[in-house]
Every structure is written in C-alpha cells, then in structure tokens.
Design a protein around this ligand. Structure first.
Ligand code: NAP
Length: 369
C-alpha cells in the first residue's frame, strides 16, 4: 500500500541514510522530509522528495503539516533524549487517522543504546527485543532521559491509537571498506558512510578521533565494556525492512509495548575500537605515539570528547545490551560483522577529517547536565 511518509532529521546522519535507502525502493509512497535550513533544503530537494522547513519545537506547525500532507507514517530521527519532539508528532498522526478514518498511523522512533547500559543503571542485563522490553524499562528505577522518552512515546501512541516502534541503534559506525577491505569485496553504494545529503558521520567514534587529533594522544577508558554495534547502512536497511513489513503484510509486526527493535548487527568492545584507531592515527602522523593511554579522569575525557561529564561513563565506559531477535517479523539481516567494522576504522578517521569542523559533537545527544 502506498503511504505518505514523513522523515524528520533528514539532514542528519541516520535520517539522511534512511532517506537515501527509501529512495532506492520500488514503492509509490510519497516522501516528505523535515529540515531546518536553506542549505539543507537546497541539498535535499533535488532528490525529488517534498521538503518541509519545520522546527519540531513548533507544535502547531508540526500538527498542521501532518494534517495538510495527510502523513500516515512518521520516522523520527531527531532526538532520543527529548520527548517534546516526539509527542506532538504522535498526537498529530493519531488525529489524522481519527479524522480521515483511514488506516492506522505509524510512528517509528529512534532511541539509543545508552538506555540499556549498565552505567545508566539498566539493571536487567542482556535483553532481546522479543522480551517484554517496555516492562523492563518501566521497572528500571533510575530515571534516565532516553528511557523516559521511550516510555512517553509508547504511552502517547497508545493514547492516540498509533502503532509505535522504537528502534534502538547500538554504536553506529560510519566507515566504508574502501581503504581496508581485501580486493574483490563488493564496494557498491550499499556499503557507504552515511548516504544522506548533509551530515555523513556518526557521533561517538568521531568524537574519539577528534579528541586524539587535537591532543595528539589516543585514549581509552578503564573498562573494556562491550556495546551492540551497527553499520549505518545496516541501520538504514532495518528501517526500510520494518516499513516493508508494515506496508506489505496483512498483520503489522507487534508495536507499542512490544514495539522495541534493537538495531544490533554485532558486538564491539570499546578497547577494540580505541586500540583499532591507534595504528591508523599514528601512521597518518596524527598522534605522537602508537600507544593508547587511559583517560586520567572523566573530567579530562569530558574536555577532550566535548561531552558533558555526566555522559562520559554512560556513553563510553560502559557495557550496553540489546539483541535483535525479531527475524520472524522483520526481514532484516545485517551485512557488517565486528571484524569488518574494526578493519574499517581507518576510514572512520578519513570520514571524520573530511567532515571537518562542520560536524557536530557527541554532545548533541547527551542528556543535559
Ligand atoms: N549516531 C549515533 O551513533 C546514534 C546512535 C544511537 C542513537 N542515536 C540517536 O539518533 C538521533 C539522530 O542521530 P544522528 O547521528 O542522525 O544525528 P544528527 O546527524 O545530528 O541528525 C539529527 C538531525 O535532527 C535535526 N534536528 C535537531 N533538532 C531539530 C528540531 N528542533 N527540529 C527539526 N529538526 C531538528 C538536526 O537538524 P540540523 O542539522 O539543522 O541541526 C539534524 O539534521 C540522535 O539524536 C540520537 O539520539 C544516534
């Protein structure tokens, strides 16, 4: 069934990549994108999608746009930590469904793996997305903005009769295999950096790279925690696979309280990431030595990574959980392995350098102190 799909954060790393992959589908759906600046509009308009200049903090304008354009599926990639961006979108698609009497509206949220990290006081350990994730999140007593946003999304969707899905990306990797993959391996467009028109790089690993370059020292944290990992192209394919299941199956995959989906392709250790960057940085003359040193303190790391100190242990010095186990409902199989990911860290450096000072810092998705 063709639908009217709205993507927020279309100028961003994740939203831009999803958009590029949606455009590769043979599907008659109409795509609307949300951007904030002239430059973003100029870059995205030539793709042949409808571009809306909208700030998600303007609730009335958001509601009007959704009703005017008869949007029935929203993919929101703007913020995992602030429910004020999500709740008006959900209410508006709910109102639209009630007014028109058309098919159910769908809201797809982008959350974050820090909600399932030991240092954010996720106390339930390993978790699959076929478990009762919502109940476990609600039972987690320590308030944490990403978890609170996830719960608010589910409750708002229930209130407005909207099918809600919460995709939880792990540590998102940017790189291409161009520099490190053996000859003969496919270098098609499917394996790229972010393939959006604007921001093409991620947040956590580029922050580590920028910090190493500016201090000329590569750093790691005291604990060798493990995180779910995913390549941005695999992540884009997950959103597209979910959409296909929603659009083309008679029964949509379970949503709402059962709507959590872990965007996990593999598992990576933070030391493998930090130590994997070290030889590439050294060979390029970007750091003074080949060794990886321990951060002296969270305070130092906060200054180096340009992230509020409160986010340091949660975002880097932690173990996070989340396994994708919904193969029966969503036809998605990640293409990137942990080995391929660590082999391609040299290009993560290249991508970060190319993005230069225009790139955002990881502080953009850290909860406020
Ligand atoms: N990248 C990761 O590793 C990762 C992993 C897990 C979860 N996430 C979550 O996914 C979200 C997206 O990540 P990303 O890497 O794609 O970030 P990104 O590249 O910074 O993209 C976010 C987009 O949201 C837009 N935006 C921000 N505030 C807005 C507002 N008030 N109204 C309309 N648009 C607004 C930004 O617009 P401007 O370009 O105009 O600022 C930007 O284009 C993050 O916020 C994070 O919570 C990211």
């Amino acid at each position: 069934m063709s639908r009217n799909i709205l993507i927020t954060g279309a100028a961003g790393f994740i939203g831009g990549t999803i958009l590029s992959q949606l455009l590769e589908r043979q599907d008659a759906s109409t795509i609307f994108t949300v951007v904030r600046t002239d430059e973003q509009e100029q870059r995205i308009s030539p793709l042949g999608v409808h571009v809306l200049r909208l700030d998600l903090t303007e609730e009335e304008a958001v509601t009007r746009a959704i009703l005017d354009k008869d949007v029935d599926i929203v993919i929101n990639t703007v913020s995992a930590v602030d429910p004020s961006y999500s709740l008006p979108l959900i209410a508006a698609v709910g109102v639209r469904a009630a007014k028109t009497g058309k098919a159910h509206s769908v809201y797809i949220h982008t959350s974050g793996a820090t909600a399932f990290a030991d240092k954010s006081d996720w106390t339930h350990g390993p978790v699959n997305d076929t478990d009762n994730v919502y109940k476990l999140v609600k039972e987690t007593s320590t308030p944490y903005p990403v978890r609170q946003t996830d719960v608010a999304v589910v409750e708002q969707a229930e209130k407005h009769n909207v099918l809600a899905y919460i995709i939880v990306p792990g540590l998102v990797c940017t790189s291409t295999p161009l520099f490190t993959e053996p000859r003969g391996l496919s270098l098609t467009g499917a394996d790229g950096r972010g393939t959006g028109q604007c921001n093409k790089i991620s947040l956590q690993i580029p922050s580590m790279i920028r910090s190493a370059i500016s201090s000329r020292v590569n750093h790691k944290f005291s604990e060798n925690g493990r995180w779910p990992g995913i390549h941005v192209q695999d992540l884009g394919r997950l959103y597209v696979a979910l959409l296909a299941s929603i659009q083309h199956n008679t029964a949509c995959p379970p949503s709402g309280e059962q709507g959590f989906i872990f965007g996990t392709g593999h598992s990576v250790s933070w030391w493998d990431v930090a130590e994997g960057l070290a030889p590439h940085l050294y060979r390029r003359g970007l750091v003074d030595g080949p060794r990886t040193e321990l951060w002296a303190s969270d305070q130092e790391a906060s200054k180096g990574l340009l992230v509020p100190q409160v986010f340091i242990p949660i975002g880097w010095n932690s173990t996070a959980y989340g396994t994708f186990a919904r193969e029966d409902q969503i036809p998605w199989k990640p293409e990137w392995t942990a080995e391929r990911f660590t082999k391609s860290l040299g290009d993560e450096i290249q991508a970060t350098i190319e993005a230069g000072s225009s790139a955002k810092t990881a502080a953009t998705y850290a909860p406020a102190e």
